[in-house]
Design a protein around this ligand. Structure first.
Ligand SMILES: Cc1cc2nc3c(=O)[nH]c(=O)nc-3n(C[C@H](O)[C@H](O)[C@H](O)COP(=O)(O)O)c2cc1C
Length: 189
Protein backbone atom coordinates (compact mmCIF):
# COMPACT_ATOMS: atom_id res chain seq x y z
CA UNK A 1 0.00 0.00 0.00
CA UNK A 2 1.18 3.52 -0.84
CA UNK A 3 2.44 5.63 2.03
CA UNK A 4 1.04 9.15 2.01
CA UNK A 5 2.62 11.74 4.25
CA UNK A 6 1.02 15.08 5.04
CA UNK A 7 3.54 17.62 6.28
CA UNK A 8 1.34 20.08 8.15
CA UNK A 9 3.17 23.39 8.49
CA UNK A 10 0.02 25.27 9.48
CA UNK A 11 0.23 27.20 12.69
CA UNK A 12 -3.27 28.35 13.57
CA UNK A 13 -5.68 25.88 15.12
CA UNK A 14 -8.45 27.04 12.76
CA UNK A 15 -6.15 27.01 9.71
CA UNK A 16 -7.90 27.19 6.36
CA UNK A 17 -4.83 25.80 4.63
CA UNK A 18 -5.01 22.67 6.77
CA UNK A 19 -8.71 22.35 5.90
CA UNK A 20 -7.90 22.36 2.17
CA UNK A 21 -4.99 19.96 2.62
CA UNK A 22 -7.23 17.55 4.54
CA UNK A 23 -9.68 17.71 1.65
CA UNK A 24 -6.86 16.84 -0.73
CA UNK A 25 -5.76 14.00 1.55
CA UNK A 26 -9.28 12.57 1.34
CA UNK A 27 -8.74 12.19 -2.42
CA UNK A 28 -5.58 10.09 -2.04
CA UNK A 29 -5.55 6.39 -1.36
CA UNK A 30 -3.05 4.64 0.84
CA UNK A 31 -1.70 4.45 4.36
CA UNK A 32 -1.92 8.02 5.60
CA UNK A 33 0.27 9.72 8.14
CA UNK A 34 0.17 13.36 9.27
CA UNK A 35 3.06 15.17 10.90
CA UNK A 36 1.99 18.42 12.55
CA UNK A 37 5.21 20.39 12.66
CA UNK A 38 4.29 22.78 15.46
CA UNK A 39 3.80 19.79 17.77
CA UNK A 40 7.22 18.34 16.99
CA UNK A 41 10.39 19.16 18.97
CA UNK A 42 11.93 20.92 15.97
CA UNK A 43 14.58 23.56 16.65
CA UNK A 44 16.76 25.48 14.17
CA UNK A 45 19.92 23.45 13.81
CA UNK A 46 23.12 24.86 15.30
CA UNK A 47 26.82 24.17 14.81
CA UNK A 48 26.93 21.44 17.45
CA UNK A 49 24.01 19.67 15.81
CA UNK A 50 25.58 19.91 12.35
CA UNK A 51 28.87 18.44 13.56
CA UNK A 52 27.05 15.67 15.41
CA UNK A 53 25.01 14.88 12.29
CA UNK A 54 28.15 14.67 10.14
CA UNK A 55 29.74 12.28 12.66
CA UNK A 56 26.64 10.10 12.68
CA UNK A 57 26.42 10.04 8.89
CA UNK A 58 30.13 9.22 8.58
CA UNK A 59 29.59 6.41 11.09
CA UNK A 60 26.47 5.25 9.17
CA UNK A 61 24.51 5.58 12.42
CA UNK A 62 21.18 6.18 10.71
CA UNK A 63 19.20 4.63 13.52
CA UNK A 64 19.81 7.79 15.58
CA UNK A 65 16.53 9.50 16.45
CA UNK A 66 17.59 12.78 14.80
CA UNK A 67 17.03 11.08 11.43
CA UNK A 68 13.43 10.04 12.07
CA UNK A 69 11.92 12.94 10.13
CA UNK A 70 14.25 12.47 7.17
CA UNK A 71 13.56 8.72 7.02
CA UNK A 72 9.80 9.26 7.20
CA UNK A 73 9.99 11.85 4.40
CA UNK A 74 12.24 9.70 2.21
CA UNK A 75 9.98 6.65 2.58
CA UNK A 76 6.71 8.33 1.55
CA UNK A 77 5.23 7.53 -1.87
CA UNK A 78 3.25 10.77 -2.02
CA UNK A 79 3.67 13.92 0.02
CA UNK A 80 1.22 16.71 0.79
CA UNK A 81 2.73 19.90 2.19
CA UNK A 82 0.25 22.29 3.81
CA UNK A 83 1.72 25.75 4.32
CA UNK A 84 0.00 29.13 4.58
CA UNK A 85 1.65 32.00 2.69
CA UNK A 86 3.62 33.81 5.34
CA UNK A 87 6.01 36.65 4.55
CA UNK A 88 5.96 35.65 0.90
CA UNK A 89 6.91 32.05 1.59
CA UNK A 90 5.80 29.88 4.51
CA UNK A 91 5.98 29.64 8.33
CA UNK A 92 9.53 29.23 9.65
CA UNK A 93 8.70 25.85 11.18
CA UNK A 94 8.71 24.44 7.65
CA UNK A 95 12.22 25.76 7.02
CA UNK A 96 13.36 24.22 10.30
CA UNK A 97 11.80 20.90 9.26
CA UNK A 98 13.61 21.13 5.91
CA UNK A 99 16.91 21.66 7.74
CA UNK A 100 16.25 18.44 9.62
CA UNK A 101 15.20 16.30 6.66
CA UNK A 102 18.05 17.56 4.50
CA UNK A 103 20.18 14.67 5.76
CA UNK A 104 22.81 13.31 3.43
CA UNK A 105 22.41 9.68 2.32
CA UNK A 106 18.78 9.66 3.49
CA UNK A 107 16.87 12.20 1.40
CA UNK A 108 19.72 13.01 -0.99
CA UNK A 109 23.27 11.99 -1.83
CA UNK A 110 26.10 13.33 -3.94
CA UNK A 111 27.40 11.79 -7.13
CA UNK A 112 31.17 11.36 -7.63
CA UNK A 113 31.06 14.67 -9.51
CA UNK A 114 29.50 16.41 -6.50
CA UNK A 115 26.03 16.72 -8.00
CA UNK A 116 23.13 16.12 -5.57
CA UNK A 117 21.05 13.04 -6.39
CA UNK A 118 17.62 12.42 -4.93
CA UNK A 119 17.00 9.48 -2.63
CA UNK A 120 13.33 10.11 -1.86
CA UNK A 121 10.79 7.54 -2.94
CA UNK A 122 7.99 9.98 -3.70
CA UNK A 123 7.05 10.61 -7.31
CA UNK A 124 4.77 13.49 -6.45
CA UNK A 125 4.50 16.29 -3.93
CA UNK A 126 1.32 18.33 -3.55
CA UNK A 127 1.63 21.80 -2.04
CA UNK A 128 -1.43 23.47 -0.52
CA UNK A 129 -1.36 27.12 0.47
CA UNK A 130 -3.64 30.02 1.28
CA UNK A 131 -2.85 33.71 1.40
CA UNK A 132 -4.37 36.84 2.88
CA UNK A 133 -3.75 38.97 -0.19
CA UNK A 134 -2.86 38.35 -3.82
CA UNK A 135 0.17 36.25 -4.75
CA UNK A 136 1.58 38.21 -7.65
CA UNK A 137 4.59 36.44 -9.04
CA UNK A 138 4.09 32.80 -8.22
CA UNK A 139 4.01 31.26 -4.76
CA UNK A 140 7.61 31.57 -3.60
CA UNK A 141 7.17 28.89 -0.95
CA UNK A 142 6.00 26.46 -3.60
CA UNK A 143 8.77 27.49 -5.98
CA UNK A 144 11.40 26.91 -3.32
CA UNK A 145 10.03 23.50 -2.34
CA UNK A 146 9.80 22.56 -6.03
CA UNK A 147 13.50 23.38 -6.46
CA UNK A 148 14.36 21.20 -3.49
CA UNK A 149 12.31 18.39 -5.06
CA UNK A 150 14.13 18.82 -8.36
CA UNK A 151 17.65 19.51 -7.18
CA UNK A 152 17.92 17.51 -3.97
CA UNK A 153 15.18 15.02 -3.25
CA UNK A 154 14.56 13.54 -6.69
CA UNK A 155 10.81 14.10 -6.55
CA UNK A 156 9.93 14.65 -10.22
CA UNK A 157 6.50 16.24 -9.97
CA UNK A 158 4.97 18.95 -7.83
CA UNK A 159 1.47 20.37 -7.94
CA UNK A 160 0.18 23.53 -6.28
CA UNK A 161 -3.33 24.21 -5.00
CA UNK A 162 -3.86 27.62 -3.45
CA UNK A 163 -6.58 30.02 -2.36
CA UNK A 164 -5.83 33.75 -2.33
CA UNK A 165 -7.35 36.94 -0.86
CA UNK A 166 -8.67 35.27 2.28
CA UNK A 167 -7.99 38.29 4.50
CA UNK A 168 -9.54 40.88 2.20
CA UNK A 169 -12.64 42.41 3.75
CA UNK A 170 -15.74 41.86 1.68
CA UNK A 171 -14.44 38.83 -0.20
CA UNK A 172 -16.56 35.70 -0.36
CA UNK A 173 -14.21 33.53 1.72
CA UNK A 174 -16.37 30.36 1.71
CA UNK A 175 -16.72 30.81 -2.07
CA UNK A 176 -12.93 31.11 -2.57
CA UNK A 177 -12.32 27.99 -0.49
CA UNK A 178 -15.04 26.13 -2.35
CA UNK A 179 -13.40 27.09 -5.66
CA UNK A 180 -10.11 25.59 -4.44
CA UNK A 181 -11.89 22.38 -3.45
CA UNK A 182 -13.58 22.29 -6.89
CA UNK A 183 -10.15 22.58 -8.53
CA UNK A 184 -9.10 19.52 -6.58
CA UNK A 185 -12.30 17.69 -7.57
CA UNK A 186 -11.54 18.42 -11.21
CA UNK A 187 -7.89 17.49 -10.92
CA UNK A 188 -8.59 14.13 -9.32
CA UNK A 189 -11.61 13.52 -11.58
C1 LIG B 1 2.97 35.94 10.07
C2 LIG B 1 2.06 36.09 8.88
C3 LIG B 1 2.59 36.46 7.66
C4 LIG B 1 1.76 36.60 6.54
N1 LIG B 1 2.32 36.95 5.34
C5 LIG B 1 1.51 37.07 4.24
C6 LIG B 1 2.06 37.41 2.96
O1 LIG B 1 3.26 37.61 2.79
N2 LIG B 1 1.21 37.54 1.91
C7 LIG B 1 -0.14 37.33 2.03
O2 LIG B 1 -0.86 37.45 1.04
N3 LIG B 1 -0.67 36.97 3.23
C8 LIG B 1 0.11 36.85 4.34
N4 LIG B 1 -0.43 36.49 5.54
C9 LIG B 1 -1.86 36.12 5.61
C10 LIG B 1 -2.04 34.61 5.52
O3 LIG B 1 -1.40 34.09 4.37
C11 LIG B 1 -3.51 34.21 5.45
O4 LIG B 1 -4.23 34.68 6.56
C12 LIG B 1 -3.64 32.69 5.33
O5 LIG B 1 -4.91 32.36 4.84
C13 LIG B 1 -3.42 32.02 6.68
O6 LIG B 1 -3.64 30.65 6.53
P1 LIG B 1 -4.37 29.78 7.65
O7 LIG B 1 -5.85 30.13 7.66
O8 LIG B 1 -4.12 28.38 7.15
O9 LIG B 1 -3.72 30.05 8.96
C14 LIG B 1 0.38 36.35 6.66
C15 LIG B 1 -0.15 35.99 7.92
C16 LIG B 1 0.67 35.87 9.00
C17 LIG B 1 0.08 35.48 10.35
Amino acid sequence: MKKILMVDACVREESRTRGLAEYLMSKLEGEKEVIRLIDEPLKPIDGKYVNHRVELINGRAFDHEMFRWAKQFAAADEIVVAAPYWDMSFPSILKVYIEHIEAMDITFGYSDEGVPTGLCRAKKLYYVSTSGGPIYDGNLGFRYVTRLCEDFWGIPETKLFQAELLDVVGKDIPGILEKARKEMDEYFG
